[in-house]
Design a protein around this ligand. Structure first.
Ligand code: ADP
Ligand code: ZN
Ligand code: ZN
Length: 659
């Protein structure tokens, strides 16, 4: 009887596969059940291998979980690429792209649900008559048939969504499927509605706020052709859609495409890789593209399609810095700003107020002795949430009761300091008693349907004020807004992060894109203490092409990404000393290597989360090939160190956040 040998990946943070034997021929990408320690677990067949030299202790595959493969050719290839590129344990990468219900041994298996939606164009949803610009670009984009990344560089309000819809139509009518990626869950409902209106046939959505059963169903229906349009966040990038025609990446610049924890991959970059493997078109849309994408356009690796004008022909709003150095602030709002808001409200218009901090106040402190409420397991101050009457740690989400007296000096002069969205909301409510005040942040959008309710309220109200965090700045369409207020841009302008200016200019220009969709006199007020800041002077032109050109020049001069490649070696441990020793050893190992530049060990920000200290090492190189070689070597060494047992370590490749 023949015996076959297989390398199996398991869903554990292990940088290796395990060899098992079986009497069956099993295709790669299939789920199998294998004995592991004293348990049996789910594994993925990575490859068939030759008979190992030693057969000692070699165990047998218990069973093949499904008749169908979990990962077919191109997706399998994308996963192995991702594991190499991000230097992340292969099993964890496989498991990241499986619906949770398939990760464990249970009664769920991969089966064809045998349903078929027929997709037709909904004739009742009138296709918009394209503007000249839209038309020219669409006809060019329609000619893209193979892998060739296309940047749809369109100012906010230039009608990119209509282009996506008409592009999707082409593929759907060819009986292909289409994947649309968005950076945040909150952007799904609006897009889902546009697609539902346009197409008869099910639109699948896929994101982390769905139940495991919902996700499994969408995944299975995609795999067997029951669904041919999926809109999802980064976790859906490897959706096994049958006969995939193209991928659309909306708001491609958005940093939320990067997963910050665990397997730290960029959904955008992996999508582009997938498109390359499948040799299909990939369309990246943005009003403020990432520097990386713009560099690739310069190098002619990406094609650019410009939409320079808004559909409504309206000019983009003016960005006006407002000096608040000498102005008293009420809930973060200067008096002058308040009267501008009032004027807009009196005209029956809507106002959008943007502040990148949720909760009521970021500090809860004792006026008498200076005590500040802190999280007991993180290095961070607790944020006062008035609506819940609780102090909350924004790092670990631990919830604390509100102290009535100071735990140090027993004084009852305890006060809040600073401003979050809840406080802005409260101040506005007391100032504009009859005006609807709508808050949109992490706290107000947790519940299912809440984002739809926010749209509904904004759409049905005449005058209204929307208050929100960065969430509000992204891609949303609030046609009645004529005034945007940015309460504090200084944090972003003065940040030492290397990509700070790219980020703040994207944010400000995106926010400004929410205003004036119906009004030529729309404006954006930027409250700042540094009205003469050089970067702000550029940003206020509202011309992202100018700002990004400058950013690219600076990056090139400093040899920073996208003109160099960076990896961060991150480490956490309950013991600060173990963290330091581990990174110090890594640093010493790399010290004599030419062509790389190593900085650290550095304390991460915040230094402590959930009782674990966090440190990191920044590793920079001119070329990706060389960096990869260095990281392979480093990984190999790390695994032999006794110090490694005392820490948790991981790489962050192409990091957005260097702290
Ligand atoms: P973007 O994504 O580029 O910011 P949207 O796709 O949200 O812009 O379009 C902005 C608005 O213009 C939407 O309300 C959309 O319905 C409308 N619109 C888009 N294309 C057209 C068109 N050709 N004619 C009329 N209105 C359009
Ligand atoms: Zn005190
Ligand atoms: Zn905490």
């Amino acid at each position: 009887m023949n015996i076959f040998y297989y390398d199996i990946a398991v869903g554990l943070p292990l940088r290796q596969c395990f060899t098992y034997k079986s009497k069956e021929v099993i295709k790669k990408g299939k789920r199998v059940i294998v004995p592991f320690g004293s348990k049996s677990i789910v594994g993925i067949v990575v490859k068939k291998i030759a008979k190992p030299k030693s057969l000692k202790g070699l165990k047998e595959i218990i069973s093949i979980a499904d008749e169908h493969s979990c990962f077919n050719g191109s997706i399998f290839e994308a996963i192995t690429w991702a594991s190499d590129y991000y230097h992340h344990p292969i099993g964890e990468v496989f498991f990241s792209f499986m619906p949770t219900l398939l990760r464990k041994q249970n009664d769920k298996i991969i089966i064809d649900l045998d349903d078929n939606t027929e997709y037709k164009l909904n004739e009742e949803d009138k296709k918009l008559k394209l503007t000249k610009e839209q038309n020219i670009n669409l006809s060019k984009l329609n000619k893209v048939e193979k892998f060739s990344p296309s940047l749809i560089y369109g100012v906010t309000g230039s009608g990119k969504t209509e282009i996506y819809l008409q592009l999707a139509e082409k593929f759907i009518l060819q009986n292909k499927s289409i994947l649309i990626l968005v950076p945040e869950i909150n952007l799904i409902p609006q897009l889902e509605k546009r697609f539902k209106d346009r197409f008869n046939g099910d639109i699948g959505v896929y994101h982390s706020r769905q139940t495991p059963n919902q996700r499994l169903k969408v995944w299975l229906r995609s795999k067997f052709g029951g669904i041919r349009i999926v809109i999802g966040t980064r976790s859906s990038v490897l959706m096994p859609l049958k006969n995939l025609g193209a991928i659309i990446i909306d708001e491609e610049h958005d940093q939320s495409y990067k997963q910050a924890e665990g397997f730290k991959f960029s959904g955008r970059d992996l999508a582009i890789k997938r498109a390359q493997i499948e040799n299909i078109p990939v369309f990246l849309g943005s009003a403020t593209p990432s520097l990386q994408t713009l560099k690739l356009v310069k190098e002619k690796k990406f094609k650019k399609f410009d939409l320079l004008r808004r559909v409504d022909g309206k000019k983009p709003p003016k960005l006006i810095p407002l000096d608040i150095s000498d102005s008293p602030l009420l809930g973060g709002i200067a008096i002058e700003t308040m009267s501008i808001i009032e004027a807009a409200i009196n005209k029956g218009e809507q106002v959008l107020i943007f502040l990148n901090r949720r909760g009521f106040a970021p500090l809860y402190e004792c006026d008498n002795c200076g005590w500040v409420a802190k999280c007991s397991s993180c290095e961070s101050n607790l944020v006062f949430h008035k609506s819940k009457n609780r102090l909350i740690c924004h790092q670990c989400e631990s919830v604390y009761g509100v102290n009535k007296t100071c735990p140090d000096c027993h004084s009852n002069e305890i006060n809040t300091l600073g401003t979050g969205t809840e406080r802005v909301e409260e101040v506005l409510r007391s100032t504009f008693k009859k005006v609807p005040i709508i808050r949109m942040d992490y706290d107000s959008t947790r519940l299912k349907g809440s984002i739809e309710a926010i749209y509904e309220k904004a759409n049905t109200s005449k005058e209204a004020i929307l208050v929100g965090t960065q969430m509000l700045s992204k891609g949303h369409d609030f046609p009645k807004v004529t005034l945007c207020v940015i309460l504090n841009a200084d944090g972003g302008l003065l940040s030492p992060e290397i990509n700070a200016i790219e980020k703040i200019s994207q944010q400000l220009i995106q926010v400004s894109g929410r205003a004036g969709r119906n009004n030529n006199l729309a404006k954006v007020i930027i409250q700042t203490r540094y009205p003469n800041d050089e970067n702000l002077k550029q940003i206020k032109t509202g011309d992202y092409r100018l700002v990004s050109e400058q950013c690219l020049k600076n990056s090139k001069a400093l040899n920073m990404p996208p003109y160099s490649t960076v990896a961060i070696l991150r480490v956490t441990s309950p013991s600060p000393e173990s963290c330091y020793k581990f990174l110090d050893k890594a640093n010493n190992l790399l010290n004599d290597k030419k062509n790389i530049n190593v900085t650290g060990p550095l304390p991460s920000i915040p230094l402590k989360i959930k009782g674990n200290t966090r440190n990191h090492l920044i590793i920079k190189s001119d070329t990706r090939t060389y960096l990869n070689r260095v990281l392979n070597y480093l990984t190999y060494e790390i695994q032999t160190w006794p110090e490694t047992k005392k820490v948790k370590w991981s790489y962050d490749i192409d990091p957005y956040d260097m702290s």
